[in-house]
Write a new protein. Structure first.
Length: 341
């Protein structure tokens, strides 16, 4: 179990969380949030900078000394944006759980570490985690010499020791338009796509004793022009959560598709096994993080407030008590890792 932690984190942690939630930063539109965080951390005395990722998009890096430990999470959220509100126990709003509350807790921990004379740590806040981790992949080209990276995602304040990987596959079927009264004059792209999807769902998926079963989700299907038109194009986005090396499964998918559709492997993130840290409650999770794309930033650890079951929902929220606990846990983890180094 987690050892008891103090409550020295200031309550403006809640105000910072709400302020960050109220900055819309759906993936691709993180600029305003990044500039605010850079400015805020600069005012607190950190060496803060924007690390360009693409046009109008940047990660934020802020250091205190020469960092051997980095606290990190992401600034982007899934759509749609909705602003913050609160009650006595919770803060609500898009990103409150994933991951604006986490970001605020890490900043609060960093401020306290600095005030208490702890040196040589940093903060790294990333764009693009909710899509293809382009912020993390760009950051991985510019490491700053850290030995450990503590990533924040909603883990109910448990230290995660294993995460599933994922495999994102996009399919596109092409056909030929015709009047629906004369379907023999066309080629129905939706029928072609459905045949492939049915076959994909029949593939036996691996099971892990640690991580459990692999899963397959057909998340998006588009296609067609009108009910009375034979469709000439159809697409699908398929995401698999994988529990072993993804190469055999990827090859099996290609074999099943067998040229019937165009196939694009959009993203392949490996599963990740992480070490335990004495004195912290542990767990395993099915979701993926930026950590597999941050291999040059040190040995990975994963912990954060909130439940993944609330993330990406229209009722997204985080408990205020969990934010306070997380800030104290981040503070303690940095000190524990420094004592261990």
């Amino acid at each position: 179990m987690v050892a008891s932690v103090g409550t020295e984190i200031p309550m403006d942690l809640f105000e910072l969380t709400k302020g960050l939630v109220n900055m819309a930063s759906v993936t691709g539109h993180e600029k305003g949030c990044a500039e605010y965080i850079k400015g805020y951390l600069g005012q607190q005395g950190f060496q803060a900078e924007l690390m360009p990722v693409s046009r109008d998009r940047s990660n934020v890096f802020a250091s205190w000394g020469k960092p051997d430990i980095v606290l990190s999470t992401h600034m982007d959220t899934v759509p749609p944006f909705f602003p913050a509100h609160e009650d006595a126990e919770h803060i609500y709003g898009r990103g409150s759980c994933d991951a604006k509350g986490i970001l605020a807790a890490q900043i609060s921990a960093a401020e306290r570490l600095k005030q208490d004379g702890v040196e040589d740590f940093a903060l790294l806040f990333l764009v693009g985690e909710e899509t293809v981790s382009d912020g993390a992949r760009e950051a991985n080209l510019h490491p700053r010499g850290s030995q450990f990276i503590i990533n924040g995602e909603p883990t109910e304040n448990k230290l995660v020791i294993a995460t599933k990987g994922n495999l994102r596959v996009d399919l596109r079927a092409r056909g030929k338009m015709a009047h629906s009264a004369y379907p023999h004059l066309g080629i129905n792209a939706i029928d072609k796509l459905l045949d492939v999807l049915v076959d994909l769902r029949k593939i036996p998926l691996p099971v892990s004793q640690v991580l459990g079963p692999s899963t397959l989700n057909i998340g998006v299907i588009t296609g067609g022009r009108a009910a009375n038109v034979v469709p000439d194009e159809a697409t699908a986005q398929v995401l698999l959560r994988i529990v072993e090396n993804g190469a055999p499964l990827r090859q099996r998918i290609i074999e099943v598709v067998n040229g019937r559709c165009e196939i694009d492997i959009v993203r392949e993130t490996p599963l990740l096994m992480m070490e335990k840290l004495e004195g912290y409650e542990t767990d395993v999770v099915a979701f993926t993080t930026d950590l597999p794309s941050l291999t040059n930033w040190g040995r990975p650890l994963l912990l954060g407030p909130g439940s993944i079951t609330m993330a990406h929902t229209d009722r997204e929220c985080v408990r205020k008590a969990d934010l306070v606990e997380a800030a104290n846990l981040y503070y303690r983890m940095v000190r524990d890792l420094k004592n261990r180094a």
